[in-house]
Design a protein around this ligand. Structure first.
Ligand SMILES: [Zn+2]
Length: 335
């Protein structure tokens, strides 16, 4: 596979965090009018935003978000950030992307949750008009927050269903807050028929992945730890669960430390569906093209494999059947 060609081919991405994916130059534009000073030296700024090589674990990785979040507290900032993500997606011919964010992270200066969501959706919509990339938003509840606050986000996902919010996710500290902590909240998600994807098996045990599926998740963010519990493979297959793998991020968070432990092939050989994602373009210093090139380097991935991974993403996307058909057809005609 050749990098230019991989970049050019149409792709679909389902796991991309808004706050972790803003280009440093865009963050500068967002920070300036707010009087937030950032280091002038681009290298220095990048060092503040990118997870270091000696990142210890997921919680350490998540610390990289503090500076960005301090800048994402106005409607303009949120809209600009969303447009920036779509423009990056357009650059590498991503034709559909689901952008996720936790509304509760943006209330520091008093913005209301609906205003936050509206601002991000406005940016995604503008990006779609400007760059022709279709997108939807996913709202994240943060695991460390009060259940009542997470429930508010669930209700907002319902409220904004027809305005561009396609689903709900739980993100953040998985070790201290495993899936069953949220049994009731997720029951509400299912009752409201909100498509559900859950971060699981990113640092916790494989059982978290199975529990997430039992609690209604149609997709699993990362899912890496389930490799150690093959007794759950049949559950993933039977329920047709899609694993949203994010290779670079999975090494940074020390979910895996050596290539031999990365379960990409294990999952494929077991017949488990996976798709490929960036997680956080800036924090992980990557692009979707980079992620595919890594798989090519590691596993000799072919264009046919890449096409299949994108079909998997389309199948798991929180889109209508008609929209999925169009994307499948585009992939078939382009690869
Ligand atoms: Zn994630």
């Amino acid at each position: 596979m050749n990098r230019e060609q991989v970049k050019k081919l149409p792709k679909v991405e389902l796991h991309c965090h808004l706050d972790g994916s803003i280009r440093p130059e865009t963050l500068r534009k967002i920070a300036e009018p707010q009087g937030i000073s950032l280091p002038e030296d681009p290298e220095q700024l990048k060092n503040l935003l990118v997870a270091p090589d000696d990142c210890q674990n997921l919680n350490d990785y998540l610390k990289r978000f503090d500076l960005v979040l301090s800048c994402l507290q106005t409607e303009d900032a949120l809209k600009t950030a969303a447009i920036d993500i779509i423009s990056q997606a357009a650059e590498e011919n991503i034709r559909y992307i689901e952008v996720r964010f936790a509304p509760s992270f943006h209330t520091e200066k008093g913005l209301s949750l609906p205003k936050i969501i509206t601002a991000v959706l406005a940016g995604l919509e503008y990006g779609q008009q400007q760059f022709g990339v279709k997108s939807n938003a996913l709202l994240c509840g943060m695991r460390h927050e009060d259940l009542a606050d997470i429930e508010k986000i669930v209700h907002l996902a319902e409220e904004f269903k027809t305005a561009g919010v396609a689903g709900f996710d739980l993100a953040g500290n998985e070790i201290d807050f495993p899936p069953y902590t949220f049994e009731e909240t997720l029951g509400l998600v299912n009752q409201l028929n909100i498509p559900l994807t859950l971060h699981a098996g990113e640092c916790g045990c494989g059982k978290n992945v199975a529990d997430a599926v039992h609690l209604g998740a149609k997709r699993i963010g990362h899912g890496i730890a389930v490799k150690n519990t093959p007794e759950y493979f049949s559950l993933l297959k039977e329920q047709d669960v899609l694993i949203e793998m994010c290779p670079t991020s999975n090494f940074q968070t020390k979910t895996v430390t050596k290539l031999a432990d990365y379960p990409f092939k294990t999952f494929l050989d077991a017949g488990i569906k996976v798709c490929i994602n960036t997680d956080n373009r800036t924090v992980s210093d990557t692009t979707l093209t980079d992620e595919y090139m890594k798989l090519h380097e590691w596993y000799d991935l072919t264009y046919a494999d890449m096409e299949q991974l994108n079909h998997n993403a389309v199948n798991g996307a929180f889109l209508s059947d008609r929209e999925k058909e169009l994307l499948h057809a585009l992939l078939v005609s382009s690869y």
